[in-house]
Design a protein around this ligand. Structure first.
Ligand SMILES: Cc1cc2nc3c(=O)[nH]c(=O)nc-3n(C[C@H](O)[C@H](O)[C@H](O)COP(=O)(O)O)c2cc1C
Length: 394
C-alpha cells in the first residue's frame, strides 16, 4: 500500500488502448491510492464508465455541465486535491488541445487547472505519433514540465507496425510511483512517530502542558510516508493535521503515550520521539474544580518514554529529540547514552527559529560516532535529513 494517502486522477481519452487503463486503475488502487477517473466523451465509446467506477470506487466524471454535480466547481476541486494527473492513453487530440490551451470538456479543463505533476502516456497510430503536429505539441508540453512516457514499438491496433502502442501498464504505474515517491528507501519499513504535547490534569478543567505544535512530527510522518514507510503516529495535542494514511493513536497523558508507544515497539523498525510529553504530573489530582485562593501543586516525575523504549528496543533504531538551553552537545549526548538511543536531534530552544511552534529548526544531529550541525531550515527539509541519517546510525 505504498501509495496510501495519495490521490491520483486517471484521465482516459478516446483511443483503442483505453481498455488498458482498467489495469492501470486497478494496479494503482491496489497500491493504496485514491483514484478519480475522468473520461472524454469519446473514451466512453471504448470502455464503459461503469467499469472505471467499479474499479476506482468513485464516480467517473465526463461532463463539465453534469446536472448531478455538487455545489463546488468540480474541475477546480479535483485539480486541487490530486497529487498527480495521469493521462493514459492520451490521444493526439488531447495532446494538441493541452498544448494550445483548449479547455472544452471536463478532462482538458481540469488538466489545465492542475498544479501537481502531469504524466502523459500517449498512444496512437505511428504516423500520427511521428507527425510534425504531434511532435511539436509534445515538445511544448515537455517544456512546460509535463512528463511523457514513451509509447512502445510494435504491431498497432490499426495493423501498422511502428511506435505508438501505449507503454505497458506496469511501466506506467512504476513511473507514477517514482514521481510520487522519489525515494523508496523506507518501503516495507514501519516508522513510529510521536508528536505533540500531552496534558496532565490539575482538576477537571485545568491542566499542565507545553507549546509543542506537532509540526516536526507531522513533517517526519509526511516524509516517511513519501519514502514508502507504514507510519504509526502516536499523537498528543497538536495544531497541525496528521497526513492522511498514517495509523493514528491519540493520547492525552504521558502515561497513555508511553503505553501506546510500548505496545507498538514490536511493530516498528524506527521509533522517532518527536513529541514533547509533559515531564511532570500532579500528584493529587482534584476530582472537583479547585476554588481556593492560593494553590500549591505537588508534582511527580512522569515516566520517561524514550528510556522505556530504549530498554526493550533491541535492534530497532531509536531517535530522540533533546530541547536544551545550555551545553547542547554534552547534554544531548549524555541523554542519548542514558536512554540507549541511536540518534539525538538536539536543539537549543533559546535560539530564534528553533524549537516549539515554529516552522523552522536549528539542530545538531548526534549519533554514537558523529556530530553534524545543521543550519536553520524548514522542518520539512530537516525531516528528510533525519530520515537519511537514522538509516545509517546502526
Ligand atoms: C476505433 C478508433 C480508435 C482510435 N484510436 C486512437 C488512438 O489510439 N489514438 C488517438 O490519438 N486517436 C485515436 N482515435 C481517434 C480519436 O478517437 C479521435 O481523435 C477523437 O476525437 C479523440 O477524442 P478525445 O481526445 O476527446 O478522447 C481512434 C478512433 C477510432 C474510431
Amino acid at each position: 500500500m505504498i501509495l496510501k494517502g495519495k490521490t491520483i486522477a486517471v484521465c482516459v481519452t478516446g483511443g483503442i488502448a483505453a481498455y488498458k487503463a482498467c489495469d492501470i486503475v486497478s494496479m494503482l488502487k491496489k497500491k493504496g491510492a485514491e483514484i478519480h477517473v475522468v473520461m472524454t466523451r469519446n473514451a466512453t465509446n471504448f470502455v464503459s464508465p461503469l467499469t472505471f467506477e467499479t474499479l476506482s470506487n468513485n464516480r467517473v466524471v465526463i461532463e463539465n455541465f453534469d446536472p448531478d454535480r455538487k455545489w463546488e466547481v468540480e474541475h477546480i476541486s479535483l485539480a486541487k486535491k490530486c497529487d498527480l494527473f495521469l493521462v493514459a492513453p492520451c490521444t493526439a487530440n488531447v495532446v494538441g488541445k493541452l498544448a494550445a490551451g483548449i479547455a472544452d470538456d471536463f478532462l482538458t479543463t481540469t488538466l489545465m487547472a492542475a498544479t501537481c505533476p502531469v504524466v502523459i502516456a500517449p498512444a496512437m497510430n505511428v504516423n500520427m505519433y511521428e507527425s510534425a503536429a504531434y511532435k511539436n505539441n509534445e515538445k511544448i508540453l515537455s517544456e512546460r514540465g509535463y512528463k511523457f512516457i514513451e509509447p512502445e514499438c510494435g504491431l498497432l491496433a490499426c495493423g501498422d507496425v511502428g511506435k505508438g502502442r501505449l507503454a505497458q501498464p506496469d511501466v506506467i504505474v512504476k513511473e507514477v510511483v517514482d514521481i510520487l515517491l522519489p525515494k523508496h528507501d523506507l518501503l516495507g519499513k514501519t516508522v513510529l512517530v510521536t508528536l505533540g504535547s500531552t496534558r496532565e490534569a490539575i482538576d477537571p478543567v485545568r491542566y499542565i502542558t507545553n507549546s509543542s505544535s506537532g509540526k516536526m512530527g507531522a513533517a517526519l510522518i509526511r516524509s516517511a510516508m513519501n519514502r514508502g514507510a507504514d507510519v504509526i503516529a502516536v499523537s498528543g495535542f497538536i495544531s497541525v493535521e496528521i497526513p492522511s494514511g498514517a495509523r493514528i493513536m491519540s493520547v492525552i497523558t504521558t502515561d497513555e503515550m508511553c503505553e501506546a508507544v510500548l505496545s507498538q515497539v514490536k511493530n516498528a523498525d524506527y521509533i522517532i520521539m518527536a513529541a514533547a510529553p509533559s515531564d511532570y504530573k500532579v500528584k493529587n489530582f482534584s476530582k472537583s474544580k479547585i476554588k481556593s485562593k492560593e494553590l500549591s501543586l505537588e508534582l511527580e516525575k512522569n515516566v520517561d518514554i524514550a528510556s522505556e523504549v530504549g530498554k526493550i528496543k533491541g535492534e530497532k533504531t531509536l531517535v530522540i529529540f533533546a530541547a536544551e538551553t545550555e551545553d547542547l552537545v554534552d547534554n544531548a549526548k549524555a541523554k542519548m547514552l542514558a536512554k540507549n538511543a541511536d540518534l539525538v536531534v538536539a536543539n537549543d530552544v533559546t535560539r530564534c527559529g528553533a524549537g516549539f511552534n515554529v516552522d523552522t529548526n536549528i539542530v545538531t544531529l548526534i549519533s554514537r560516532n558523529d556530530i553534524e550541525d545543521c543550519e536553520k531550515m524548514d522542518k520539512s527539509l530537516l525531516a528528510e535529513i533525519i530520515l537519511d541519517k537514522m538509516q545509517n546510525v546502526r
